[in-house]
Ligand binder design. Structure first.
Ligand SMILES: NC(=O)c1ccc[n+]([C@@H]2O[C@H](COP(=O)([O-])OP(=O)(O)OC[C@H]3O[C@@H](n4cnc5c(N)ncnc54)[C@H](O)[C@@H]3O)[C@@H](O)[C@H]2O)c1
Length: 697
């Protein structure tokens, strides 16, 4: 028997056991082991029914990521699954943990499935730009029907065992936590009842029921919105539809063709890059793996505004008590009210129960008194973006907080070292930069100051994981990684409008590339006052920040969505940006004031100026060591700014465009636009001279 799959017998049940930690992934050894064990079972005259079960914490949880990007070695998974389905003896899969991707496809090749009630099943291939390529798109609809199969395959979402039972994906659910015993008992029952093989490929009820249904077109049109710009979700629909229009063998061929189209697409390469990048970022350069981590079991938040409330929710969501301190009772009540409303909305959508709403609210306490922070392990400050205010607060925290407490700031731009200098413990001060809405966006940009201790760095990375964020460690500079790049893009976007573009034209180029929203819609969401305050702070610090039509918006109290008017206008209860003739007029007046004659601006120019300016800045960020690796920048943009993961992040995207193309354009805009930030990054020049990419660094 193979080392990773073995065959034993219990009475008249032949047991095929996979044991390939940590998740029994379908490596070549597992695939060939499965075939060998199955053959053994076929030949074992004593075995009446065969059982497929896994050791460890889960059923087969998918493909082996160690084999990603390498040519598939025989036997391929579709053939393995087919052999299971062809078995003359009934085969039962007993599922615990998660049966995902190829794991679920293998289970679908078995004739019966039983799952522990704690188990989940899913076909998440779409998340890596693929579709299930071992019969999943043909077999799942034969059990679950078109609607459920489409939902599962196009979203990649997992389904709990009890739902899988209701959908017909599994035949039984067992309440115990002993998968092997449950599997054997179920197989024994089948043997005793003399149940025959039941091949999923031969089931026709669900196929007949949904044949010719308009569910496929409905799905495609829904995907136009939900999966705009993406390839694989649409291919998933095509593949599932084939199950209804073609005989099984033909459907399998169609699935293979569509699978290969996805496999060869640049989107898949982007998604695979993003997948590995996300795993890499938790390993911080220069931070030893065994760095001690401080316990964080209570948290303080300062400010119950846009960010403070969302930050507090993250901790309450994982059971950590939070104290929020505000300046005035009114602001505190308002902030707590918004938190409750957010939770109530989640409950209305069925994402959490009403009890969870109350449990989480009970973990959040409001106060006007900093003394409440005496015993907390971590304080996160989220007040106005103003250095003087923040320094005053950190001096106060220094006098109130216990030794060893971590003092963090959610500043978007300000100097962490200067904030730390207001305390006598700069080693405990760190940036924890959340993104708006803070309870939703997955990125946590952790910013190290020059004196931040390793222990504090390691702790905030661990906190990110604990609250289910993707933590990226970055260095200290104005705007850190994300906002430093964003602000260059913002400056170009503003300049493009100065020169003749409309805000909606700029936004459309960005959304056409795949961003969920454009620069100006995003400014309205964050608050026009946020950018305004940042520019004012820079002007106060003596920097040369040009006047802008956006300052005029702020001065007219057009602060974005919160005042229902910013760059766009908004209708009551809607977040849809509507172009506003008043803003057009304001921009026109500004151009006149500045003596600018507007010109026609092409979409290509907008794309180049908005994207290449970021790539050039990113090269400087890398050179200065603000980001450790290009992939850290990619992850910041995917999780903090909704950069489409299928483009792999801005650095991966730049590598696909070609750094020579980008450098030539950067040099051109440096001459034509002239702003300092267009000065070509030495690293970009070096890479082009060496014929290298960011990915080679
Ligand atoms: N809004 C965003 O998109 C965003 C994103 C990331 C980071 N940030 C940063 O987060 C911080 C907060 O931004 P925001 O948008 O939540 O601001 P906000 O104006 O919505 O909220 C700030 C809150 O802090 C309170 N406050 C001010 N001084 C205080 C003090 N001394 N003690 C207690 N409470 C005090 C105010 O009453 C207000 O409720 C800023 O540093 C900002 O740059 C904002």
């Amino acid at each position: 028997m193979s080392e990773v799959v073995n065959y034993t017998r219990e009475g008249n049940i032949g047991v095929i056991t996979v044991n390939y930690p940590p998740v029994n992934a379908l490596s070549q050894a597992v695939r060939s082991g499965l075939v060998a064990a199955l053959e053994h079972g076929q030949k074992d005259a004593e075995a009446k029914v065969l059982l497929l079960v896994c050791e460890g914490r889960t059923f087969i949880a998918g493909a082996d990521i160690r084999e990603f990007g390498k040519p598939m070695q025989e036997p391929g998974l579709p053939a393995v699954v087919e052999q299971f389905e062809n078995s003359d003896k009934p085969v039962v899969a007993a599922i615990h943990g998660t049966a995902l991707g190829g794991g679920l496809e293998t289970a679908l090749g078995c004739h019966y499935r039983i799952a522990l009630s704690s188990a989940k099943v899913g076909l998440p291939e779409v998340k890596l730009g693929l579709l299930p390529g071992a019969g999943g798109t043909q077999r799942l609809p034969r059990l679950a029907g078109a609607q459920k199969a489409l939902e599962m395959i196009t979203t990649g979402e997992f389904v709990a065992a009890k739902d899988a039972l209701a959908f017909g994906i599994v035949d039984a659910v067992d309440e115990s936590n002993d998968v092997k015993a449950a599997g054997i008992a179920y197989a024994q029952k089948l043997a005793d009842e003399g149940k025959p093989v039941r091949r999923v490929r031969d089931l026709t009820d669900r196929i007949e029921a949904d044949k010719g249904s308009d569910v496929f077109d409905q799905f495609r049109s829904a995907l136009q919105k939900k999966a705009r710009g993406q390839l694989s979700p649409f291919k998933c629909v095509d593949a599932v539809e084939a199950a209804f229009n073609l005989p099984f063998a033909e459907g399998m061929k169609r699935e293979r063709e569509l699978f290969m189209e996805c496999m060869d697409s640049p989107q898949r390469a982007g998604l695979v890059h993003a997948f590995f990048a996300e795993r890499q970022v938790s390993k911080v350069k220069g931070l030893p793996k065994d760095t001690p981590v401080r316990d964080v079991s209570s948290v303080g938040v300062i400010g119950a505004g846009t960010m403070g409330g969302g930050i507090a929710m993250n901790f309450a969501n994982v059971g950590i008590p939070v104290t929020i301190v505000e300046m005035k009772q009114e602001a505190l009540d308002k902030g707590l009210g918004i938190i409750r409303k957010n939770y109530e909305n989640s409950a209305k959508k069925g994402r959490i129960t009403q009890k969870q709403v109350e449990d989480r609210m009970a973990l959040i306490t409001g106060s006007l008194n900093y003394d409440e922070f005496k015993n907390v392990d971590l304080v996160i400050e989220a007040v106005f973006e103003n250095m003087a205010v923040k320094k005053e607060i950190f001096a106060k925290l220094d006098s109130v907080c216990k030794p060893g407490a971590i003092l963090a700031t959610n500043t978007s731009t300000l100097d962490i070292d200067e904030i730390a200098s207001a305390t006598n413990r700069p080693e405990d001060v760190v940036g924890m930069h959340f993104f708006s809405p803070a309870n939703v966006m997955k990125l946590l940009e952790n910013v190290r100051g020059s004196k931040t201790s390793d222990e504090v760095k390691a702790t905030v990375m661990a906190v990110a994981k604990k609250i289910k964020k993707v933590g990226v460690m970055v260095g200290n500079c104005h705007g850190f990684v994300g906002n430093r790049m964003l602000h260059k893009r913002g400056a170009e976007a503003m300049a493009l409008v100065n020169e003749g573009a409309t805000p909606q034209q700029v936004d459309k180029v960005l959304t056409d590339l795949g961003y969920p929203m454009g620069q100006f819609a995003m400014a309205d969401l964050a608050g026009i006052d946020v950018g305004y305050r940042i520019r004012e702070e820079m002007r106060n610090a003596g920097e040369d920040v040009a006047p802008s039509w956006m300052d005029k918006l702020a001065e007219q109290n057009r602060l974005g969505q919160k005042t229902m008017a910013g760059v766009y206008k908004y209708e009551e209860g809607s977040r849809k940006p509507i172009p506003d003739p008043e803003v057009e007029r304001l921009i026109g007046d500004f151009r006149k004031e500045q003596g600018i004659t507007p010109r026609e601006i092409t979409d290509q120019e907008i794309l180049e100026r908005c994207m290449y300016v970021m790539v050039n800045e990113a090269a400087k960020i890398l050179e200065e060591g603000i980001a450790d690796r290009a992939l850290d920048i990619d992850v910041v943009w995917i999780y903090g700014y909704g950069f489409p993961a299928y483009l792999g992040g801005p650095m991966f995207w730049a590598d696909q465009i070609g750094l020579d193309v980008i450098l030539a354009a950067v040099e051109k805009y440096h001459r034509e636009v002239g702003a300092d930030y267009w000065e070509p990054a030495p690293l970009l020049k070096q890479l082009v001279a060496d014929g290298k990419k960011f990915g080679d660094l």
